[in-house]
Design a protein around this ligand. Structure first.
Ligand code: PGA
Length: 251
């Protein structure tokens, strides 16, 4: 089954609202690139303006995190109900959330279900740390992260998984295309074990970690890589446009 590839930009905790608006203007025309789904993930305070900017286009807007409960006494958190007013996608379990905010696989399973219940397409992030890689634990870590987050429920609608090795994020040291392929292939096989062959064939798996305009084509040449989750290069409109065009060209 052909899978539409994805170009997702994670802006992390960067920029003012004025800068977010300027970045959107710099990306104008991105919605006209055929054969690729574009997702932009700004900070919570910029979601409304980015959502309004792209209103009426096919560009998706994502939160970078979300609480699993629809409402309640959770100071500082944003619920799926609130997020769904200004976004249609959500990034869950980014390694920075796991590392600095103690997100665990069990919480992510709840968040994944909550996203599905509120019509938000989830990008579930998984990936091994440098120490886990050195100790040859990559397969075990990815298998655990994917299995526990998915649980035994049916596949959330439109599930997307991003393979982001922690050692490659923001370091300029991307995985090799062969490393990315073998991790994405393993992730697809874990989805097949949990949810069946059809779900595994449909799930889109992204590579993330120091993706740039000059390395994206090599990742996209891999059969199990269905796009990219881009951090640093997503803050540069020319670079993100170039990455998006390269992803579209690979389809
Ligand atoms: P990077 O970040 O592209 O800056 O390495 C990727 C990510 O954290 O999603």
């Amino acid at each position: 089954m052909p899978r539409t590839p994805i170009a997702a930009g994670n802006w992390k905790m960067n920029g003012t609202s004025a800068e977010a608006r300027a970045l959107c203007r710099g990306l104008s025309g991105i919605d006209q690139i055929a054969g690729v789904e574009v997702v932009l993930a700004p900070s919570f305070t910029q979601l409304g303006l980015v959502w309004d900017f792209w209103c009426g286009t096919d560009v998706h807007v994502a939160g970078q995190n979300m609480h699993p409960q629809p409402s309640g006494a959770y100071t500082g958190e944003v619920s799926p109900v609130q997020l769904a007013e200004v976004a249609d996608w959500v990034i869950l379990g980014h390694s920075e959330r796991r590392q600095f905010f103690c997100e665990d696989d069990q919480t992510l399973a709840l968040k994944l279900r909550a996203a599905d219940a509120h019509g938000l397409t989830p990008i579930l992030c998984v990936g091994e740390s440098e120490a886990e890689r050195e100790n040859k634990r990559t397969s075990a870590v990815l298998t655990r992260q994917v299995s526990l987050a998915l649980g035994d429920d049916p596949q959330p609608a439109g599930l997307v998984i991003a393979y982001e090795p922690v050692w490659a994020i923001g370091t300029g040291q991307a995985a090799t295309p062969v490393e990315a392929q073998s991790a994405c292939e393993l992730i697809r096989s874990v989805v097949a074990d949990k949810l069946g062959a059809e779900a595994a064939d449909a799930v889109r798996i992204l590579y993330g970690g120091s993706v740039k305009p000059d390395n994206i084509a090599d990742f996209m040449a891999q059969p199990d890589v269905d796009g990219a989750l881009v951090g640093g290069a997503a803050l540069d409109s020319d670079a993100f446009l170039a990455i998006t065009r390269a992803i579209a060209a690979s389809a």
